[in-house]
Design a protein around this ligand. Sequence first.
Ligand code: ADE
Length: 225
Amino acid sequence: MRIDILTVVPELLVSPLNESILKRAQKAGLVDIVIHNIRDWTTDKHRHVDDYPFGGEAGMVMKPEPVFRLISHLQSERHYDEVIFTTPDGIQYDQREANRLSTLENIIILCGHYKGLDYRIREHMVTREISIGDYVLTGGELAAAVIADSVVRLLPGAIGDEESALTDSFQDGLLAPPVYTRPAEFNGWKVPDVLLSGHDARIEEWKEEQAMERTRRLRPDLLEK
Ligand code: ADE
């Protein structure tokens, strides 16, 4: 898989994408993550990536030309399955969308900035607009990092324990059950007996009950879906 991330603040993406699982996955050749500075695709002396909005709103708007040039250049080199734009008014990101994106070959993630992006780029070049939640970030970079992280961990081989991405919270529409490790008793607090019983069927049943109980209590909206 290849993920191209287009940003006016590349520095924001360096560390989140170059540690831990994402670092290993790139080293192992499971994914290529390429960060592009939109400013490198300007042609004016001052390398402007934004301008005043027509119609006199407050704030600046990302100019269309550098973004258009960069996306066109990338598309002339390979086919992209999606051109994603990170924006608070996009569709709400969730595990189902992460799963879908993880099956694609090449994706572009364009990070929003300033007051927004010239709407012609959204209409003519972007194929998917994604929000990571109902709150406003300074820019779309952290959203792009969230998307890249959640997608890459799903790629076969990215996670050591093959099972572990499949048993994540949300993967079956439920929150994950509680987990424990040694010691079996700590500070007078005990691990539930059933987990120490060695009885696989009973342990599975307990995990399912716990997942259901936690979901009902903490995220009843997931059960309605
Ligand atoms: N840019 C600013 N806020 C955002 C959000 N909540 N999701 C995606 N991109 C954003």
